[in-house]
Design a protein around this ligand. Sequence first.
Ligand code: N01
Length: 528
Amino acid sequence: MSDNRTTADCIVVGAGFGGMYLVHRLREAGYSVQGFDAAGDVGGTWYWNRYPGARCDIPSLLYSYSWSDKLRHNFRWSEKYATQPEILEYAQLVADTYDLRPFFRFSTRVESARYDEANCEWVVETDAAGTWRGKYLFLATGCLSVPNEPDFPGQDSFQGDSYQTSTWPHEGVDFSGKRVAVIGTGSSAIQSIPLIAEQAESVHVFQRTPNFSLPALNGPIPEEERQAFEAMYEDYRAALAAGEPGIEMLPEDWEPSDEELAEHVKILWNGGGLVSTVQIPRLTKDERINAAAAEFVRERIQDIVDDPDTARRLTPHGYPIATKRACVDTNYYQTYNLPHVHLVSLQEEPLVEITPQGVKTEAREYPVDAIVYALGFDAMTGALTRINPVGRNGLSLQDAWAEGPTSFLGTTVAGFPNLFTITGPFSPSVIQNVILSIEQHVDWIMEVLARAREAGSATIEITREAQQQWMDHAADEANQTLFPQAGSWYMGANIAGKPRVLMPYVGREYKQKLDANISEGFPGLVFS
Ligand code: N01
């Protein structure tokens, strides 16, 4: 916006799917809004993650807002799992359709925020738009938006080209004739390695922990599937609104015989993608069920990969399947059968340093022309603690979270009045379709704001007691699962020094709990 305002009712950080829906709803409700995003346009994580093969792992038809029939009818997803350019195109259509861009300043990073207790408002410092004040501050900063930066000895001396999957060059990269190293084997690497291998002269993949990856069975969406989706759409949306999964599931108390279990886990290979893991009840709770599923996937890796030694090194052990987010791939394991693709196990030969020529492990040096770092993110809390809002009594979020994050419902934090997080810690966020998580949070927030407006409240704040009750409940739910057994980014384990706690809320009926909070008059929230 080209006016000289420096105040708004609502300040929104992030122009991804969270920030866009929020800005739309706030505008509709008549608030003045100013949004900021460090990116040059809308799209959030899909603006930055442009590496080859980047796709969603939730079926595209579901990886869409449910609140707009207009968008649904005006956008035609081409494949079961959409590519990053197509998702970005969808995000741009959202911005165009609802005229959202004028409410954002792009290429503008929010660097800090402090609560001005005397005036009951947030004071936000940006790098390119000065200081802004707003009654409410919304952090729609995304769960996977702050890269885990490479920090290897010698990396600055490397004479070839270096890339990060999470900040890929917009113009793309041509690896033809190049010797390429890929460091990391999470979803980003697993999606990009087969495509990099199509171009490169050689690929060396440096793997610290083998991952479980399931075939996407991707392809164009058949017309009959599209029509079937349209036919069931209203029922599906009603199910989501009631907090139900919206897909057919086995009952949670399913107790299969060993034979039934062995038969059912085949769904991991013929179900296509992550949704198949959801269709195995108690996969992340029951050791027996999990072990059968994990063993089935291990056997498939052995079947696919020709070289027994490579197959052995690719086979995950030591943590339950789906407790690190399972990956979804197209030809990942098959790629290791190509003569120019090599797997280096960093468990067998730890990485020592990056040299001017390439990657050096304890066993040898691998000369390469390019290094792709696919090291993941400071997930779920990284973007929040980087802004590090300072709330009541000068307490910063980093200090408040020194022992681990705290939150009520994943939407608000005690000591930080009028501040809301979208898909914050202790909400399902990344454990379910994140677009759905976003909608649930924005819808709840709009109800809270309506109540504050009705009551003429200057502040909205969660009590420490209510927050603690939610945290205790989230911890109880977490402790009934196998998630704590894995060193995952869900647990903060991928970032040195980060407290270990299961950050996504893994209990059932989260939506019902949000709804109950509304219908019971927001217990725990103080409107004053
Ligand atoms: O990141 P990751 P990602 N030395 O954290 C390794 C979503 N996503 O960007 O496992 C050597 O999973 C690390 O090793 P380890 C999705 O939710 C979705 O790939 O920590 N290696 C690991 O192998 C996903 O889960 C899609 O031992 C190091 C890798 O780097 C999330 O984003 C696509 C290392 C990081 O894997 C993150 O995925 C892409 C070091 N110092 C992403 N540090 C879809 O399909 C880290 N590693 C939708």
